[in-house]
Design a protein. Structure first.
Ligand SMILES: [Zn+2]
Length: 426
């Protein structure tokens, strides 16, 4: 099977927009990348894709996704999450271990990988738990989990409260070449909070989660990264204070990386005034000043990665009173247009935006092959940055529909996704 993609503008996360090219894909690899017009013969049985006016980017990798399988298949399965992923332009998803059972042992990691290959859409990279049962006490078997296919460890959904346990986790993870991803939250400070603590929470009478509950733990992880000399990745940062702490740590040479999610640079806590539970997530939407700081952090590369924290919940968990509803929103099909909005605003260049969705997360997780070059595995997306559309609930391929962007006009859409030389979405 040969595919010829004609006339698209390639966006390279290192070199930038390198102009109109034709890409030839034979079996699972890119065999040729040529300036448009210079390809002489194409042979027979070629699938030709006209990509003029489109951008061609390496397949996006979402390093923070909840696929809910095993255990919560009524919210999402690896198959439905994979489909939503390829629709959104992703060729790889790293899935968090807060499943049931928890992904804290080899059999769950292997199960996830089997289900992913059965789904047959994209690559799934399991993140295993740091501690058994995500209870925060006893470390999991990092070496075995790595061998089984885990790319990182995290107790996401919960922090590792015990600093000594976290210190050992950071050291062992480095020894086994696993990324450590920290969910930063001081549970005593955030307890029973439903939204950001500030003037809006006071006005609408909801219990608040102060910024400090995130920032205290960000500071701790920075201290542990400094102490151990080993890398730590901070998940879903949402506050100006986290951005400035990470900025200072990076300036000091501490090995810390960070991600944020599109909702933290797109929405703020004023959205909560209507008590719509699709604006409820953890960490919560913060103030407009925090949103500005997150954008600045992305622009300055203090925040390395854009990840969705895709968190499917059914109506059973969301159609409740605000303080009882579950935290989290889906994000696989909205990450690209929301990130492209930052490019139009001038916050990020297209190259920087693509890097935060491809090369940067791949680097942290130790995934190779996210550059479009001859000989590389053909994982890529063809996107139309100008396509404008209203996001309808029926367009959502995830099993859960908990998105605050339903009914909103978005600009920028993934058109075709190719994984290992196969068209998995068009
Ligand atoms: Zn989390």
């Amino acid at each position: 099977m040969t595919i010829l993609i004609k006339g698209g503008d390639i966006v390279d996360p290192i070199k930038g927009v390198i102009g109109k090219h034709d890409i030839v894909i034979e079996r699972e690899r890119i065999s040729k990348i040529l300036l448009t017009g210079s390809l002489t013969e194409t042979g027979s049985e070629v699938t030709i894709i006209d990509a003029s006016g489109k951008l061609i980017i390496p397949g996006m990798i979402d390093m923070h996704v909840h696929l809910r399988e095993p255990g919560h298949e009524y919210k999402e399965t690896i198959a439905t999450g994979s489909l939503a992923g390829v629709c959104g332009g992703f060729t790889g998803l790293a899935c968090m271990p807060n499943t049931e059972p928890v992904n804290d042992n080899v059999s769950v990691t292997e199960y996830i990988l089997r289900q992913a290959s059965k789904a047959g859409k994209l690559k799934v990279y399991p993140i295993a738990a740091i501690t058994k049962g995500r209870k925060g006490d006893v470390l999991t078997e990092f070496g075995d989990l790595k061998k089984a296919g885990a790319v990182g460890v995290s107790d996401d959904g919960s922090p590792v409260i015990n600093s000594e346990v976290m210190r050992r986790a950071i050291e062992y993870a480095r020894y086994h070449n696993l990324a450590v991803i920290s969910h930063c939250e001081d549970l005593n400070l955030s307890a029973e909070g439903a939204m950001h603590e500030g003037e809006i929470s006071t006005k609408i009478g909801l219990r608040g989660i102060p910024s400090a509950s995130e920032e205290i733990m960000v500071q701790r992880e920075i201290s542990l990264a400094r102490l151990t000399g080993c890398p730590v990745h901070i998940a879903h940062i949402s506050t100006a204070g986290s951005v400035s702490a990470i900025r200072r740590a990076k300036e000091d040479g501490v090995s810390v990386t960070a991600e944020t999610a599109p909702h933290y640079f797109t929405l703020d806590h004023t959205e909560l005034i209507g008590y719509n539970t699709n604006f409820k997530m953890n960490p919560p939407l913060r103030t407009p000043e925090d949103v500005l700081a997150i954008k600045k952090g992305l622009a300055d590369d203090v925040i390395d990665v854009i990840a969705t924290d895709h968190a499917p919940h059914s109506r059973l968990e969301k159609d409740l009173e605000f303080d009882k509803a579950a935290f989290g929103i889906i994000g696989l099909q909205t990450a690209l247009p929301l990130t492209l909005a930052l490019v139009r605003e001038g916050v990020l260049t297209i190259q920087a935006a693509v890097k935060k969705l491809t090369l940067a997360p791949a680097g942290i997780l130790g995934i190779s092959g996210v550059i479009l070059k001859e000989g590389a595995i053909a994982d890529l997306a063809i996107i139309d940055p100008e396509c404008e559309y209203v996001l309808n609930e029926e367009d959502i391929l995830s099993k859960s529909k908990n998105s605050p962007f339903i009914g909103k006009t978005l600009k920028g859409k993934n058109i075709i996704t190719i994984v290992e030389g196969r068209i998995v979405w068009s």
